[in-house]
Each structure stands twice: as structure tokens, then as C-alpha cells.
Design a protein. Structure first.
Length: 620
């Protein structure tokens, strides 16, 4: 069965009756390796053909679907169609021209990518590595009607599928033959997976993953890529794209493991809502570093005026200031102050001093770090007219809660999640080696998949099998030697072409960061240290720099190269071992490729790291 994006259930309400029938035929009559898109923006102009079909061997096809009846079709030529309507005669562009114009725009973009054209001296040199075609589907006109009324003068017969050629009883091979008769040529080879993903990168700009490491090749020789096309293109996985495009209205919950793409899906949803709604959009998370990262994504899409991105407590402060509600007095106990601040907002909402329903949509990232009363408060901020709320969470990463988490249901917080929860188990961020080591710290905590009311509790992450270098565990003689070793590692990484933005030092204790900051300064290496509110907000601003972030502040972020000092200081004499294991798990799963852990002394965590690495080496 072919993959339709969005799912038919998600888009059938906006389909015509003919489009629904044709979508069903495509799913039923095409094999699993066919990819189908319905009414999604394509190319840089974001035009919306009815259907796009991509197959590794067959190629790229753009189709327009029309539910015309003969009695409503007044006239048609190669350029214009005239239809009888209640408003009289209405002119439209010939749908074949419409499909052709969209296709040529896409082909032009694809041809600019040397990875997608045949090289010189190839029999098809300069042509796309995939065939391409376009056509029209007439869901209300049979082939006999088509021929009798000589519609082939305006719509070439081989570029049209008629009503009786898309029946449920139609043989699958014959149905496919009609589709591929729309191509003027064919190649005898299949696209590779990287080529399919590059085509998706060009055709569907919305699913691109923008990252600093997507460096452009220098211009100079004939084999260089144009400056607008990065050497490495990254797009959403098909499951992630299907989910992102299929999220319906109302309340939605995504329960995903670390690295499953939750934040990326949130960013896509935010962009879609901001462009379709007139009301402002609120994006909330717990830590300020993640809020700064999300704001950078929003600014990159020119949506800053429409989207408000804040950490939860910063938003609470803004609510009290905006609506002139008395703020609690600051005190030495930061936890008590923040709790009083939240309660002041809750009380303000209850007595009507702070209005409900302020936002067209609310999106919450890392929702596992929100207390139930916070979620109940935020749910009231959604306008009932739109009723759009998206919550993303993973209890395996819940590191902020200072008391035992109560078993509560989403429904008790005003979040209607029954039947609207999607589970993501695949970890795309980490290599198999990194994920294996990281899981060793949470296996005892996860205890398998379980379900409680409308809230799944724990998920065990599954690797997609991407391989990389083995994580390194390094023992040093002193804290000074540890800081120097990390600084030298950073220097070597940069010398080998790694951008400073792709390197992070994730620390547990502030004194570790101080020593490493001094070691980096001695080598004139640029770094940004997220040590207070202002520096967290500006973490991703300015020139490229190595990021020094605490384990708590690293939530939701990712870097190609991650260094974690002082593993021997964890879990600490009086610390909660389970909570500290979650912290280390979060820190390790920030790395997409290289992970280095260091220590000076010893601890049970050091022992677990070394044992896991030894087991991996023995199994290799």
C-alpha cells in the first residue's frame, strides 16, 4: 500500500468526492515504495498541485484532478476551460498546463543539483536521474465520453485518466500503466535513498531541517554545487513528515523519545498555524536556552511578529506585568518565588484579571517538565474557536520536577488527548553507539512501555541504526588537566572543519564550566556560556561559538560534538541516582555524532560507562 501524506483521514474533509476516490485508488493500487502527497505546497513558490507521486524507479509525477461533468463543460482548448456555473460561464486555466507549469518549476530546481542529474558522457547526460511527467484525472467523465466529445484535442489522451479507469475493480497493473503512460521516457535504474531525500528537499522546502553543519561547497570548478544548495541536505523522516502534515485540529499530544524529532514537528506546526491563523501563537518550554533556540527558528521563518516564544516562567512574568497584577516579592528561595509567581497568574486568571483564550494556538515543548497545574493554566489560554493545542513530552527526560510526579490524566488538566496521542519510538538524532550507552543509564528507570489513563508513561527509544564513532571515556589526573583536555579536543575539532556552533560542553556543576571557560580563553577559542538569564537568551546570537550549557539547559538542543566533564561527580553523595541518571541521559543524547565523557575520580556512573563501552567493544 502506498504512503499518502497527509493521511487520507486527515485531509479527506477538504477533498472533492473525486479526489477522495482517486486517493483511495492510489493507496490501494500502488505498492509500498510509492510516495504520494495531496495538496501540499511545492517548490519555492509554494504552489499546490492536487497530487505529487514519487517512485524510486518510475520517477516524479504531478497530477491535477477535476470532477467535471460533460453538462458543466462548456468549452475547452489547449489553454482555457470554460465551465457553466451558477455564476454563469467561468474561465479556468487548462489543468494540464497548470500541472505542466508546476512540474517544470520543480524540474528546473532539481536540475540545478548536480547530484540529481546524469554526469557528462552518460547516455542521458544533463537529464534528471529520475523521469518526470504530468497529467489530468477526470473523475466524472468516462473514456467513451472523452473520445466522443473529442476532448483529446485539448487534453492529449495518454495524459488523462478517466472515470472508468480508476474503478475499484481496475487491475492494479493496468491502473499503473495509465499513470506511467504520462512519461515521455524511462530509465532502467532506481534512485538511491539519498537521492530520494534530495528530491524531497527541493520539492518540499517545508520539510527541510536547517542546521549550521549544512555547509555549502565553495564555488569554483564545474563540479561544485550552486551556493544555494548545501552539500548535505537533511529532511524530515517520512514518518515525521506524515505526522507533521496530518496533525488535525483540536488538542494533540506527541509522546516521543529523545531525538525522535518532536521539536522539529513543533516548529513545522508553528509555521503552519502562524500562516493560517490571524491570532497570535504561543510556544512554551521550560528552559530558556531551548526558548532561545526555538525563537531563532521562528525568526528564520520571518514569523516573529506572529509567534510568542518564551520559557514558562518568563511568560508568567509577562502576564503579571502586562495585566498589572501584583507580583510576588523576590526572595532568596528561587523555587518558592517561582511557585508564588505561577500561583499569582493562576489566581489572576481565576478572578478575571488575566484573560483566558488569548492565543489562536498554544504549543508546548518538553511538556514532561511542566507541573499539572501549569498545563491546566496554559490550556485555558487557547481560544475555544480554534481549540488548537499541541503538547510534546517524554517522561524519560523529566528532569526538573522537584517532587514525586503524581499520576494524573490529561483530561484533568483540560487537555483532550484521548485518541489524539501519537507515539514516536524511533531515535533519529543519535548514532546507535551513543544511544546504546545513554540507554544504560535509564534502562532501570524505563521498565518497558506502559499506559496510564490517557497518558503513556515511559517509552524505550529504538535506534534507526545510524552508525558512528564509539563514544570516548577519558580519565584525567586533575580538574586542570580535564579542562585542558576538553579545550584541546575543541581545538582539534575546529581544525578538522567542525563549526564552533556544532560543539557543546555540557556540565553538571558550575565550577566545571569555570575551569573549561578559562582553558578555552587561554587558547582564544570562541565560546558562549549560558550561565544566567541574559546569556541563555543570547546563546545562539552572534558569531559561531562553542556552547557551554548545563545539563538542565541542554534540554531540546543538539550538537554534532558533545563533551561531558566530571562524570565522577555524579550522582553525588546525597543525590537522587535516578534523577542524576536522567540528567546524564539527556546530556549524552544531545550528541548527533561524537560523544566524549571525562572524569578525574570515580563513581558508579563511571563504572557503568566503562562497562557499557567494554561490552560494545567486545560485541563489535
Amino acid at each position: 500500500m502506498a504512503t499518502l501524506i497527509p493521511t487520507r483521514a486527515a485531509c479527506q474533509s477538504r477533498m472533492t468526492s473525486g479526489e477522495r476516490r482517486f486517493a483511495q485508488r492510489l493507496e490501494e493500487k500502488l505498492e509500498d515504495d510509492y510516495l504520494l502527497w495531496y495538496d501540499v505546497p511545492v517548490g519555492m513558490k509554494q504552489r499546490r498541485p492536487d497530487f505529487v507521486i514519487l517512485h524510486p524507479r518510475r520517477g516524479l509525477l504531478v497530477l491535477e484532478v477535476k470532477d467535471w461533468k460533460l453538462e458543466t463543460l462548456h468549452a475547452i482548448d489547449k489553454h482555457v476551460v470554460q465551465l457553466r456555473t451558477e455564476r454563469g460561464l467561468v474561465k479556468h486555466l487548462n489543468p494540464l498546463l497548470q500541472a505542466r507549469d508546476i512540474l517544470l518549476e520543480l524540474v528546473d530546481a532539481l536540475k540545478r543539483d548536480p547530484s540529481l542529474v546524469h554526469p557528462a558522457k552518460h547516455p542521458h547526460a544533463g537529464k534528471l536521474v529520475a523521469p518526470w511527467g504530468h497529467g489530468v484525472v477526470l473523475t466524472g467523465i468516462t473514456r467513451a465520453m472523452f473520445d466522443r466529445n473529442e476532448l483529446g484535442n485539448a487534453l492529449p489522451s495518454h495524459l488523462v485518466i478517466c472515470q472508468d479507469e480508476m474503478l475499484e475493480s481496475m487491475d492494479a497493473e493496468l491502473f499503473q500503466r495509465h499513470l506511467w503512460g504520462m512519461f515521455s521516457y524511462a530509465f532502467g535504474h532506481s534512485l538511491s535513498l539519498p537521492q530520494v531525500e534530495r528530491i524531497r528537499w527541493h520539492v518540499f522546502p517545508e520539510v527541510r531541517i536547517h542546521a549550521p553543519k549544512q555547509r555549502e561547497l565553495p564555488i569554483g570548478d564545474e563540479h561544485s554545487r550552486p551556493p544555494s544548495i548545501p552539500d548535505i541536505t537533511r529532511v524530515m523522516d517520512l514518518q515525521q513528515e506524515e505526522l507533521a502534515r496530518s496533525l488535525g485540529d483540536g488538542h494533540r499530544v506527541i509522546h516521543g523519545v529523545a531525538g525522535s524529532g518532536k521539536t522539529m514537528i513543533l516548529g513545522y506546526r508553528c509555521m503552519q498555524l502562524a500562516r493560517s491563523q490571524e491570532q497570535p501563537i504561543l510556544v512554551l518550554c521550560f528552559n530558556r536556552s531551548l526558548a532561545a533556540y526555538l525563537m531563532r527558528l521562528v525568526e528564520g521563518q520571518s514569523l516573529k511578529a506572529r509567534v510568542d516564544v518564551r520559557s514558562f516562567h518568563v511568560w508568567c512574568h509577562a502576564m503579571l506585568r502586562t495585566y498589572h497584577v501584583t507580583e510576588p516579592m523576590k526572595c532568596a528561595d528561587a523555587d518558592a518565588f517561582f511557585a508564588a509567581q505561577v500561583q499569582a497568574v493562576i489566581d489572576g486568571v481565576e478572578r478575571g484579571a488575566i484573560p483566558r483564550a488569548q492565543y489562536g494556538a498554544v504549543l508546548i515543548d518538553e511538556g514532561h517538565d511542566f507541573e499539572p497545574e501549569w498545563l491546566k493554566l496554559v490550556a485555558q489560554m487557547v481560544d475555544p474557536a480554534t481549540d488548537s493545542l499541541l503538547l510534546l513530552y517524554d517522561d524519560a527526560q523529566a528532569i526538573y520536577s522537584r517532587r514525586e510526579r503524581r499520576k494524573v490524566s490529561f483530561s484533568s488538566m483540560g487537555i483532550k488527548a484521548v485518541g489524539r496521542t501519537t507515539i514516536l519510538k524511533l531515535n533519529y538524532r543519535n548514532t546507535q553507539e551513543i544511544l546504546t550507552v545513554a540507554k544504560a543509564f535509564v534502562d532501570d528507570l524505563v521498565g518497558g512501555d506502559s499506559q496510564g489513563d490517557d497518558m503513556p508513561v515511559f517509552l524505550n527509544p529504538e535506534s534507526v541504526g545510524r552508525r558512528g564513532p564509539m563514544p570516548r571515556f577519558v580519565r584525567l589526573a586533575s580538574r586542570v588537566a580535564e579542562a585542558d583536555a576538553i579545550a584541546e579536543h575543541v581545538l582539534d575539532a575546529q581544525s578538522n572543519g567542525c563549526s564552533p556552533n556544532d560543539i557543546a560542553v555540557i556540565w553538571r556543576h558550575r565550577r566545571q564550566a569555570e575551569a573549561i571557560a578559562q582553558a578555552l580563553s587561554r587558547r582564544n577559542l570562541p565560546f558562549s556560556w549560558a550561565k544566567d538569564s541574559a546569556s541563555k537568551d543570547a546563546l545562539f546570537a552572534g558569531a559561531p561559538s562553542v556552547k557551554l550549557v548545563s545539563m538542565h539547559s541542554s534540554k531540546g538542543l543538539e550538537f554534532e560534538n558533545v563533551l561531558i566533564p566530571g562524570v565522577d561527580t555524579m550522582p553525588g553523595d546525597e543525590a537522587n541516582s535516578a534523577a542524576e541518571a536522567k540528567l546524564l541521559y539527556v546530556a549524552m543524547t544531545r550528541s548527533t555524532n561524537r560523544l566524549t565523557l571525562t572524569c578525574v575520580g570515580d563513581s558508579i556512573f563511571c563504572t557503568r560507562v566503562e562497562r557499557t563501552l567494554a561490552n560494545l567493544a567486545a560485541a563489535a
